[in-house]
Design a protein around this ligand. Structure first.
Ligand SMILES: Cc1cc2nc3c(=O)[nH]c(=O)nc-3n(C[C@H](O)[C@H](O)[C@H](O)COP(=O)(O)OP(=O)(O)OC[C@H]3O[C@@H](n4cnc5c(N)ncnc54)[C@H](O)[C@@H]3O)c2cc1C
Length: 404
């Protein structure tokens, strides 16, 4: 193992590994530090969660050489229905009308993580794993990192450190970057169901008085992401399968016939965590380390991948021009470039959660006027669906710049 790197990526999750692949083939000397073994990551129950990949994300994964292997494990979304329980007016967004092959794709986090980490293993990228970052300090030329690897400690340095170590980011804590936290007091219940009537690649996003419910076509089944209050979710997880399914069915109806469970129920407590700065010294944070979102609009990884692509483009440019990839001006520029996208997606997601949450708008009248507004704003639901699918996303250049 070397002691000095150009780029040290902390966290070998989706954001960290995608960034390593985006930088692969350049002259930059890269290493990834990951706290868990691949086996531990593969076996984590959190890997069951279904990710809706926006079409813009798919283009980026194509540019990074990830999509061919991931596509085989993903299910296309050809139609999206957005509706409010008890209100008229549904919105349908169709791939055909938008002139695209699919509006997006559904894949489990585990499958996508496996594909990405296999590509990293095949590439010339050093992996320091399992190892945990426990200290960071920057000077004018280098960042100095202390690692804990089993019982031993290790000191290495890099021109730039990237914190891609998730919502509980140690890097962010070590840098003492403040964060804004909104605890939604909600939990996402994730599972998979079989429906009597096949999915025909239709996704449903249904806003109900007890919380949003997403049914995403996945292989022959539907992946369910059901947001409920913390208390409701605790009960729904304790209920036996029949009770759980009866509740789910009451929420969605019988449009798809009877439901049966095909996977265990998993729960994810929901909060919005946003770092108040994206960098400090020679360290920058990306993905969930910088922003952890409510999954209502399925935007977390989609947003994180746009961080990855922007940062990779800037670093490849700087490296090609012989510049200092860890200099303050470069990190400042990256943060400014990402600010607007972060603001838009975070505000949009947060407004959706609040508008459709009985916790936040406990008065039925207020909630009703909120919903009516949503119906009246021309194309608001369509905007939601287009936004969720990233149909307006810009295309990355990073794939064409990579020297593989
Ligand atoms: C229920 C649910 C549904 C979701 N649905 C969607 C969706 O439909 N679409 C979408 O785009 N997004 C969705 N998301 C969000 C998406 O899952 C995340 O945004 C994404 O997985 C975050 O990736 P990451 O690499 O930033 O962080 P993580 O996946 O958390 O990876 C961080 C990595 O860093 C490692 N690490 C942590 N600390 C250290 C340390 N000190 N040293 C070294 N390594 C460390 C960890 O072991 C981990 O491997 C959903 C999330 C949830 C909870």
């Amino acid at each position: 193992m070397k002691q000095d790197y150009d780029v040290l990526i902390v966290g070998g999750g989706l954001a960290g590994n995608c960034l390593a692949l985006a930088l692969q083939g350049s002259d930059l000397n890269i290493a990834i530090v990951e706290a868990s073994t691949r086996e531990q990551l593969h076996n984590s129950p959190a890997g069951d969660r279904a990710l809706a990949l926006a079409s813009g994300t798919v283009h980026m994964l194509e540019a990074l050489g990830i999509w061919p292997a991931a596509k085989a494990l993903a299910t296309p979304i050809k139609t999206i229905h957005v509706s409010d329980q008890g209100h008229f007016g549904k919105t349908r967004l169709s791939a055909k009308k938008e002139g695209v092959a699919a509006l997006g794709y559904v894949i489990t986090a585990r499958d996508l993580e496996d594909v990405v980490s296999q590509l990293v293993a095949q590439a010339d990228i050093e992996q320091i794993c399992p190892a945990r970052v426990i200290g960071i300090a920057s000077d004018d030329h280098l960042a100095h990192i202390s690692l804990k690897q089993q019982d031993s400690s290790l000191n290495i340095s890099a021109r730039l450190v990237i914190g891609a170590d998730g919502g509980q980011s140690t890097v962010r804590k070590l840098l003492e970057i403040d964060q804004a936290v909104t605890e939604y007091q909600q939990t996402a219940i994730v599972t998979t169901i079989k429906t009597e009537i096949g999915h025909d690649n239709v996704a449903y996003e249904r806003f109900t008085s007890s919380g949003p419910l997403a049914l995403l076509p996945f292989k022959d089944d539907y992946a369910v992401v059901w947001t409920r209050s913390k208390e409701d979710a605790e009960q729904l997880l304790l209920d036996n399968e029949d009770e759980f399914l009866a509740n789910l069915q009451a929420c969605f109806g019988y449009k798809l016939g009877r439901f049966s469970l095909t996977a265990p129920r998993r729960s994810f407590p929901l909060s919005l965590v946003r770092a108040k700065s994206m960098y400090s010294g020679r360290v920058v944070i990306i993905g969930n380390a910088a922003h952890q979102l409510h999954p209502v609009a399925g935007q977390g990884f989609n947003l994180g991948l746009r961080d990855v692509v922007q940062l990779a483009e800037n670093l490849l440019d700087a490296a090609q021009q012989g510049g200092d990839i860890g200099e303050q001006a470069l990190l400042e520029q990256y943060a400014a470039q990402r600010q607007k996208d972060h603001d838009t997606v975070i505000n949009f997601t947060d407004s959706l959660v609040k508008l459709f949450s009985s916790q936040w708008l406990s008065l039925a009248a207020a909630r009703n006027s909120g919903l009516a507004l949503f119906d009246l704003v021309p194309g608001a639901k369509k905007q939601l669906a287009r936004h969720a699918m990233g149909l307006n996303a810009r295309m990355p250049h990073v794939g064409s710049r990579r020297r593989v």
